[in-house]
Write a protein that binds this ligand. Structure first.
Ligand code: NZQ
Ligand code: ZN
Length: 387
């Protein structure tokens, strides 16, 4: 195990009805907030009304920024920053999924930054200060509700880049599983694939001695495999929605990475798919992940995949390691397909035209330290396998 510092400052209120704590939490930290949301799902599922009632009850004024896109755009964050400055807002309230929360993080940091917010994604600046951020989560997927990462897109340049800073942790997140009942099956499935991918990115690491993190990763994966299909069959299953929601937060809140290097290689590859083709993040991950697994499977890595097969899929541990590993990878693909997720890039309209450019952009120095180091040619090969 490697050295680490563990700190997650976000206060989480988890469970049905916890929105009643929202007004008090905001009132303790802000007077007038920017309410940020997406294309209207919160108007239909009651989240908007519940949050507005909380603000009114505490006398908290607000301005609104609707229309945050899935794969949120930097231009939208710029508009939010403008509103914060113009109306002297002192907090940001995000109502939605990862896209809304990521955009809200960019606004919260950008409002106190003397420059263009794309500087954060372009790695020209690291946010040092941010307005307090409050979130009401409506989708179990990204874990943005309990991490300090924001992923923003710039469609003009086909770029999708993340930034992170401790000042971007939400101060308070409300996680009510009931708010995810209205998610369509396709988004529920994409969310499950995303949660599992976050877990894989941490689990498949060159350091294999972080036992607590590894066992928790296996538990999260088993829970996704159990509850993902249930949430799709029975969208109002509280048990399924609650378990997926808590899995989402823990897959990426940093705990699974404690004591080991993690490279996020499949995420880097997927972000290029979203940057060039605006595909749903979880869909891109579901397509790439089993192919990445196949590509990096070798004599050196088969033991890890065999452990994954035995612990997560309950496969027969007396099988030879390679056989067990291959069966586990096959199970992963079949599981994503059973959720209704596409298995190939062609199904989502992606051809090979930009593979070399995407691979070049995806590959960062991090790829030297991933579970299996990958060069740009390897990345092109994985894209190619996914066609
Ligand atoms: O726009 P609205 O109307 O809200 O509809 C959304 C959107 O169309 C809808 N939705 C969300 N909750 C709903 C709902 N529809 C009905 N009922 C509900 N309860 O679902 C659609 C997708 O929402 P979005 O927020 O885009 O999904 P997700 O949470 O998967 O976020 C994806 C974004 O997060 C980034 C991704 O790259 C992508 O840009 N990520 C952020 C990370 C982070 N901050 O740590 C890490 C991730 O790996 C990821 O990269
Ligand atoms: Zn992700």
């Amino acid at each position: 195990m490697k050295n680490f510092t563990y700190s997650i400052p976000t206060i989480v209120h988890f469970g049905q009805g916890q929105i009643e704590k929202l007004g008090g939490e905001i009132a303790a930290r802000a007077h007038k907030v920017l309410m940020v949301y997406g294309g209207g799902s919160i108007r239909r599922n009651g989240v908007y009304d519940a949050a507005a009632a909380q603000l009114k009850a505490r006398g908290i004024a607000w301005a609104e920024l609707p229309g945050v896109e899935p794969n949120p755009r930097i231009a939208t964050a710029r508009e939010g920053i403008r509103l914060c400055r113009e109306q002297e807002l002192d907090g940001v309230l995000a109502l939605g999924g990862g896209s809304v929360i990521d955009c809200a993080k960019c606004i919260a940091a950008g409002a106190l930054y003397d420059g263009d917010p794309w500087d954060f994604s372009a790695k020209k600046a690291v946010p040092e200060r941010a307005l307090p951020l409050f979130t009401v989560l409506t989708m179990a997927a990204t874990g943005s509700e309990m991490d300090c990462i924001s992923v923003m897109s710039n469609p003009e340049t086909n770029e999708k880049e993340s930034f992170s800073s401790p000042c971007c942790y939400p101060a308070v997140s409300i996680l009510d599983p009931v708010y995810t009942y209205s998610l369509p099956a396709s988004q529920t499935a994409a969310g499950v694939a995303d949660i599992m991918s976050h877990t894989f990115e941490n689990y498949f690491s060159p350091v294999e001695t972080a036992c607590l993190a590894d066992s928790l990763a296996e538990a999260i994966l088993r829970s996704c495999i159990h509850y993902g299909p249930l949430a799709i069959q029975t969208p109002d299953s509280y048990e399924a929605r609650a378990n997926l929601m808590w899995n989402s937060s823990w897959a990426i809140n940093g705990f699974l990475a404690m004591g080991k290097p993690v490279g996020w290689s499949v995420h880097r590859m997927e972000h290029e798919l979203s940057a060039f083709y605006d595909v749903t993040h979880g869909v891109g991950l579901a397509i790439l992940t089993p192919n990445w697994m196949r590509y990096v499977l070798s004599e050196k890595t088969e033991r890890r995949f065999a452990r994954y097969g035995a612990e997560v899929w309950g496969l027969d541990r007396s099988l030879p390691a390679r056989e067990l590993a291959e069966a586990a990878i096959q199970k992963t693909r079949e599981f994503f397909t059973s959720l209704g997720l596409p298995a190939t890039l062609s199904e989502v309209g992606i051809g090979p035209e930009y593979f070399p450019e995407m691979a070049r952009k995806a590959r960062t120095a991090n790829f030297d330290h991933t579970f299996v180091p990958l060069g740009t040619e390897d990345i092109v090969n994985i894209y190619q396998m996914s066609l």
